[in-house]
Design a protein around this ligand. Structure first.
Ligand code: 13P
Length: 253
């Protein structure tokens, strides 16, 4: 079975005390995961080492950064390199979240550079894609998201592509409480897998986990995750509440 992933994206939330309390709640008696199940905490940079310490010893629990620089190293004040993340043992990095695309003008081309750096250091990118409301209303979401994949991913080899995780996050569903229906998620995930299969072959496309993100909660996770091409979720708001995120972990196939 494909890897099934519950990924928490804390975004820019929580003090260190709150972060520690949340991790303690989730990890004191963590759910035992099956071999194909993974839980990832994408925490703010200052809490990466804290989170690493907390997941230590818990099988299939990992920590992600929420971003990285597209430069290898050097005079880029305020930036964080992949090399730094690698040097503190971080295994995953979220790339191309719609908030980074919108507020920090990250283009598909810059994201391609970040992906290359992440893969060259052995970090697993969680590559985010998704359409704004206007595109959904125009009914052109499939082509829009396909273009994001083409421009950021299609220079990768099949071997590299097989290492990444994709997160489909329709922007109109992020933080709005308006979840895509399980049917809408499945429809897009199936489309994305077909796009990957056309470029890389079915065998490679079948390996890549595709997560859904956008108002996933404890109460709707099971239905969304039950769809055959939905391999878990990238969760914002509900990942800040231990009881909710536990329910989301429980909903993994
Ligand atoms: P919400 O779960 O708060 O809608 O956020 C989704 C998201 O952006 C995860 O990356």
């Amino acid at each position: 079975m494909r890897q099934q992933i519950a990924a928490a994206n804390w975004k820019m939330n929580l003090t260190v005390t709150q972060a520690e309390e949340l991790l303690n709640n989730l990890l004191q008696e963590p759910k035992k995961l099956l071999a194909h199940q993974t839980v990832i905490f994408a925490v703010p940079f200052p809490y990466l080492t804290l989170a690493k310490t907390k997941v230590n010893g818990h099988t299939n629990y990992f920590v992600a950064a929420q971003n990285c620089s597209n430069k290898k190293s050097g005079a880029y004040t305020g930036e964080t390199s992949i090399e730094m993340l690698h040097s503190i043992g971080i295994e995953y990095v979220v790339l191309g979240h719609s908030e980074r695309r919108e507020y920090f003008a990250e283009s598909n081309a810059v994201l391609a550079e970040k992906l290359d750096l992440a893969l060259s250091y052995g970090l697993i990118p969680i590559f985010c894609c998704g359409e704004p409301l206007s595109i959904r209303e125009a009914g052109t979401q499939n082509g829009f998201v396909e273009q994001q994949l083409k421009e950021s991913l299609f220079h990768l080899s099949a071997e590299q592509l097989a290492k990444i995780v994709i997160a489909y996050e329709p922007i109109w569903a992020i933080g709005t409480g308006k979840t895509a229906t399980a049917g809408q998620a499945q429809e897009m995930h199936q489309h994305l897998r077909a796009v990957l299969a056309a470029q890389y072959g079915k065998e490679t496309a079948d390996i890549v986990p595709i997560l859904y993100g956008g108002s996933v909660k404890g109460s709707n996770a099971k239905e969304i995750f039950s769809k055959p091409d939905v391999d878990g979720g990238l969760v914002g708001g509900a990942s800040l509440i231990a009881a909710d995120f536990t329910q989301i972990i429980d909903a993994l196939k």
